[in-house]
Design a protein around this ligand. Structure first.
Ligand code: BGC
Length: 413
């Protein structure tokens, strides 16, 4: 009883004192590509227009691995940033370390519970309090294509993996790189989970990457996933190692490559370059049913100073605000996390995403992305990705890969 009472008092006090201070925020994020930088600028501008002072702390590196290393160093040295791009179970992991600020006063004042789907709100809560603010819903299981390249080669967007492979063989024979890919662990994992969703189906995906079911991890279907990864290794160019994801997107844009399998932040890249969906580039979900979601969010760290606390409140309020959710997501390639933002100004890929998300939510195939840190804790997703990358970059057989996968997961628990 006592602690509940004091909790309520301190939250009110936090709001009262912070209201008069000039909002300040040092914001750690990994949005550094063309489309990403344009998107984060929307937040910077809104923050500044409300009198806030933004100190930018961008840490380059797709997928955020480098940003998370930088965050750990800052927290360990007792100097946490005010706001951090953080998502999935990593939010709860940081909460358990006792370093996150409670943003429930803002969330309650703004009625977040009424405007966020329960599946998203769940990721933003830590033991009943609000500990993160959601920005968007990215879909991971997309195939992007250069429209002219497909047309010139008489190829339709593939709806099965066999069709994908047949298209890739045809393109390769015509001297076009079938698959634009960057050999970085998180990109290997992104392709792998998209293939896995198609081959395992939604239930199989959940068993493997949410429940960590050993039989599924070692199953013949999982071997088929690694078989398809081996086939796709033959469709990337010789210079794929280490390439950044946005440079792979640029290869599709300029017609050097035909396809990229990547989340819809790739669409943000096409749009920032002035390309139009349906004309210059095409989008389709990967073969198979289901929807892999990846929700970007910001967590506020426990910091001293009324100016920083005021900055945290202002940021949290803006992030979930209707205007920001629209403008940011128009640039970012994602769709709003809020359910009450009109999609009228959004393109056909965003409409497809919203429709598929709704249907998947109804039929139980709406699934968290393991590759983008939505499904598992870091140790477990890292163990899976290590195997995926080791397989992609060697001649390891699918039999060996599934055994290694099951061992790695068992050892990570
Ligand atoms: C993030 C996106 C980001 C992408 C590439 C993903 O994990 O959710 O916001 O654009 O990584 O860096």
């Amino acid at each position: 009883m006592k602690s509940v009472f004091f909790g309520a008092v301190s939250a009110t006090a936090l709001i009262a004192s912070a209201v008069h201070a000039e909002p300040q925020a040092e914001v750690l994020h990994w949005w550094t590509s063309g489309g990403e930088a344009k998107s984060v600028a929307v937040l910077q501008e809104e923050f500044a227009s409300k009198g806030g002072q933004w100190t930018d702390m961008p840490v380059a590196g797709g997928g955020g691995d480098a940003a998370m290393t930088a965050l750990r160093a800052r927290v360990l040295s007792g100097n946490a940033p005010t706001a951090v791009q953080l998502k999935g179970p990593a939010i709860q992991e940081w909460y358990e370390e006792g370093v996150l600020a409670d943003i429930s006063p803002v969330a309650e004042a703004q009625g977040w519970a009424d405007v966020l789907p329960a599946s998203i709100a769940g990721h933003m809560k830590c033991e009943g309090t609000w500990c993160a603010a959601p920005v968007n819903v990215h879909r991971v299981d997309w195939i992007w294509a250069n429209a002219d390249v497909l047309e010139a080669n008489g190829i339709e967007m593939p709806s099965t993996w066999d069709e994908f492979n047949a298209a890739a063989e045809k393109l390769q024979a015509a001297g076009i790189i079938p698959l634009a890919h960057g050999g970085q662990a998180w990109q290997d994992a992104t392709v792998f989970e998209a293939v896995a969703l198609g081959i395992l189906g939604a239930d199989g995906f959940r068993k493997a990457f949410v429940d960590l079911d050993m039989d599924t991890l070692k199953s013949d279907e999982m071997k088929a996933v690694f078989d398809q990864m081996r086939t796709m290794r033959g469709y990337v160019d010789d210079n794929f190692s280490g390439r950044d994801w946005n440079l792979a997107t640029a290869m599709v844009m300029n017609g050097e490559a035909a396809f990229q399998i990547m989340g819809d932040w790739a669409k943000g890249e096409f749009m920032a370059a002035g390309k139009a969906p349906g004309e210059d580039f095409l989008c389709a979900s990967v073969p198979g049913d289901g929807f892999l979601y990846n929700v970007d969010s910001f967590a506020m760290f426990d910091v001293d100073g009324d100016d920083k606390k005021a900055g945290q409140e202002l940021l949290a309020e803006l992030i979930v605000g209707q205007n920001f959710q629209k403008v940011f997501n128009l640039n970012k390639g994602s769709i709003p996390a809020r359910i009450d933002v009109s999609l009228e100004e959004f393109d056909s890929c965003a409409h497809l995403s919203a429709k598929d998300m709704g249907e998947s939510s109804d039929n139980g195939s709406l699934l968290p992305s393991y590759a983008h840190g939505m499904a598992l804790r870091g140790a477990q997703s890292g163990a899976i990705t290590d195997v995926v990358t080791a397989h992609f970059n060697s001649d390891m057989s699918s039999d060996e890969a599934v055994n290694m996968l099951a061992d790695a997961v068992a050892n990570s628990m």
